[in-house]
Design a protein around this ligand. Structure first.
Ligand code: NAD
Length: 505
């Protein structure tokens, strides 16, 4: 049996003993105010740090700092090129410290180091370059059709953004929020997940090693119902950008609605991965495994319902099961590891609870289905696949958010599309087929924000990403983020004198 150990004295990088907020350019002291919550390493179950929760008063300080930086500070008033220069510095400082940030992320979130160092980390740094470039290329509009007027439309920063993120890809997702918010001249307060505070605290500290004015990027740490709710409800917040679960999204949208604050919601998914008989089945198999098991199975865009054409189902599923058994589960810091631990204990229990639910509902367990017994400690779950009785079962209708695939079979592509659409979610869809009309039919008829044809998980930052139905409201992309984080202003000027009524003459 494997014992993965954590020894603070041998840590590759220093780990803060207490993680606090970062407000107005300064780290908040680790005093005795507020709750202290453990930050746990899911591979060893050790408490590696404590999070000092920001209460309502501390959230108020953070929003006021962001407000001041927006209402009076230089950031919204400086030229776009100057902001771009500072965002390039941010990219550089994050890139220089990628090893440390990726290490902290892996330690606290359990995402493999291969993934945090090779994918989430570079994406984090690139977010700043990308959105600075978007802002610097943005143009307004001009209308001249109504003579003799010229109407010009300019876009102005919307104000203070409340940015709330999940634990499954903290650095990649939260920095996209920060970068897309500040690039257009806004200021922000970020609230990461209370389960994974370590990496983002360091990221925000590093952002302040650049010329960024104080108060532009603030951070508060704490639980959703305490710190998050205080942030969303704060009257000084102008706009709310949220990524997380659908139930939380509903609560946040109604809270933000009371203040008439625009919200962008990137929520859960239960996406169909349609494997047709016309696919390159070797590639479809590779893609299906990556689609459900990468990022330890904790991804909104997972292909978690795998729909296989009945003609090829036995062979495909047999191979999938054999490959699942062979996946290397283990220490997320080990470069050989493919699947690491789930992020925290209650989440692991919830994921394993779906094995019991599946058994009760008459689904057939194909592989996995239990806590991995190769480790003394850690929230390791075996890569799991279940043949679902039908699409009405809970394992097909609820987001499990773990290494847990639900298989279904179908007889023709219309049936596959109907099954794909019989879901409250609509985040993404996958289809594997070398027959173009079939792939296009799926692309056109599956009601989801993104369809991947013959590829798993390819994120194009320029193109809209977001969900239909209960998977969200709004989209992330260059243009969508600009629209969301700016207000449009129309200015109308007559180009020549025109007759005007002379009242009261
Ligand atoms: P969650 O909804 O539990 O929490 C997300 C964030 O919201 C956390 O920071 C949490 O503290 C905060 N929060 C909770 N209640 C709040 C409240 N009342 N007011 C303000 N903030 C509150 O989600 P999670 O478990 O951290 O993340 C997993 C979920 O995120 C999954 O459903 C997944 O599909 C979704 N997700 C979606 C996308 C996407 O792009 N669509 C990307 C990643 C994750």
């Amino acid at each position: 049996m494997n014992a993965i150990t954590f020894d603070r004295t041998k840590a590759r990088f220093p780990i803060a003993e207490v993680v606090t907020s970062f407000i107005d350019g300064e780290g908040v002291p680790a005093d005795n105010r507020g709750e202290r919550l453990p930050a746990v390493c899911p591979a060893t179950e050790d408490t590696i740090s404590f999070l000092r929760e920001a209460d309502k008063d501390e959230v108020d300080l953070a929003v006021k700092a962001a407000r001041r930086a927006f209402d009076q500070g230089p950031w919204p008033r400086m030229s776009t090129d100057e902001r771009k220069r500072i965002m390039a510095q941010i990219k550089q400082v994050l890139t220089e410290n990628l090893d440390e940030i990726a290490y902290l992320e892996t330690l606290n979130a359990g995402i493999t180091h291969t993934h945090t160092r090779g994918f989430h980390g570079p994406r984090m740094a690139w977010n700043f370059e990308f959105f600075a470039e978007v802002a610097s290329q943005a143009a307004g509009q001009a209308y001249q059709q109504t003579k003799p007027y010229l109407s010009v439309v300019t876009r102005e920063p919307i104000g203070v953004g409340a940015l709330i993120g999940p634990w499954n890809a903290p650095i990649a997702l939260c920095t996209m929020k920060i970068a897309s918010c500040i690039a257009f001249g806004n200021t922000c307060v970020l609230k990461p997940s209370e389960f994974t505070p370590l990496s983002l605290r360091r990221v925000v500290e590093l952002i302040h090693k650049t010329d960024i004015p104080k108060g532009v990027v603030n951070l508060v740490n704490g639980r959703g119902h305490v710190t998050g709710d205080a942030l969303v409800s704060h009257p000084g917040v102008d706009v709310v950008s949220f990524t997380g679960g659908t139930t939380t999204g509903r609560a946040i949208a109604s809270r933000a609605g009371q203040g008439l604050k625009p919200v962008a919601l990137e929520l859960g998914g239960k996406s169909a991965n349609i494997i047709t008989a016309t696919a390159n089945l070797d590639r479809a198999l590779d893609g299906a495994l990556l689609g459900i098991y990468s990022n330890n199975g904790q991804q909104c865009l997972a292909g978690s319902r795998i729909l296989v054409d009945r003609k090829i189902a036995n062979e495909f599923i047999e191979k999938f099961v054999a490959r699942s058994r062979n996946i290397t589960v283990g220490d997320p810091l080990d470069p050989k590891t493919q699947v690491g631990p789930l992020a925290y204990e209650a989440h692991m229990k919830r994921v394993l609870g779906f094995v019991d639910i599946a058994k009760q509902e008459g689904d057939e367990l194909l592989v996995g289905g239990k806590r991995h017994d190769g480790f003394k400690k850690g929230y390791f779950v075996e890569p799991t696949a279940v043949m679902a009785k039908n699409n009405d079962t809970r394992i097909c209708q609820e987001e499990i958010f773990g290494p847990f695939a639900a298989f279904l079979t179908y007889d023709d592509i219309d049936e596959a599309i109907a099954i794909a659409n019989q879901s409250e979610f609509g985040l993404v869809g996958y289809v594997w087929s070398d027959h173009l009309p079939t792939a296009m039919k799926v692309s056109q008829q599956v009601r989801a924000g993104t369809i991947w044809v013959n590829t798993p998980l390819t994120r194009e930052l320029r193109a809209p990403f977001g969900g239909y139905k209960a998977s969200g409201i709004g989209r992330d992309s260059a243009e969508d983020c600009m629209m969301f984080f700016t207000e449009a202003k129309t200015t109308t000027i007559p180009l020549q004198e025109f007759p005007m009524a002379k009242w009261g003459v």
